[in-house]
Design a protein around this ligand. Structure first.
Ligand code: NI
Length: 186
């Protein structure tokens, strides 16, 4: 187990578009990438968070890890609880135009939360560590964490997506927004 240091907002790596990872024709990704993915999962759980993108550990490559904790899964189609997942070179398209507002935090912006619009439903794909193409449809929490992490690969932070900074809130003050305020960091 290796917990890696997480860089914070202001570090230029978070504003650099991450590089694609060459996909092997057979046999899956090499041991170095498998170790990186394992360390990212350890780091995500240690933080604790529900997602982590490689730029957040100062590696400008297109790999993310995420999970959908049971208490955050809405049970809608595409939003079941999921254990830790690894996606390499991920991409997504919206399914429908519907967007929803939800609270987000970011391990690279500790202590803060804000309300961010995201597509409710998306279809995404990426490679797993064995080199298999994974394609899924996701909604709600699952869709939100994917959109947040993919933004990291494209040098975008959730603050850039906020329609208003009026909800930008220190966690300790979030009680003023009521019981619906979500706890999510990624
Ligand atoms: Ni983040």
């Amino acid at each position: 187990m290796a917990v890696l240091p997480i860089v914070r907002m202001g570090n230029p790596v978070l504003r650099r578009v991450a590089d694609p990872i060459p996909v092997p024709t057979a046999g899956g990704f090499d041991d170095g990438l498998r170790q990186l993915a394992a360390d990212m999962v350890d780091t995500m759980f240690d933080a604790p968070g529900i997602g982590l993108a490689a730029p957040q550990i100062d590696i400008s490559r297109r790999i993310i890890v995420f999970r959908v904790p049971p208490e955050r899964a809405t049970g809608d189609q595409g939003d079941a609880a999921m254990g830790p997942q690894v996606l390499i070179n991920p991409e997504f398209v919206p399914v429908g135009a519907e967007t929803v507002l939800g609270w987000e935090g970011c391990l690279s912006i500790p202590g803060l939360r804000g309300v961010v619009p995201r597509y409710r439903r998306i279809r995404y794909r990426g490679y797993d560590l064995d080199g298999n193409l994974v394609e899924r449809e996701a909604a709600n929490t699952h869709a939100r964490v994917i959109q947040h992490e993919l933004d990291h690969l494209d040098a975008v932070l959730y603050l850039d997506r906020m329609e208003s900074l009026a909800t930008l809130t220190y966690m300790e003050e979030q009680k003023f927004f009521g019981p619906d305020a979500l706890q999510q960091r990624s």
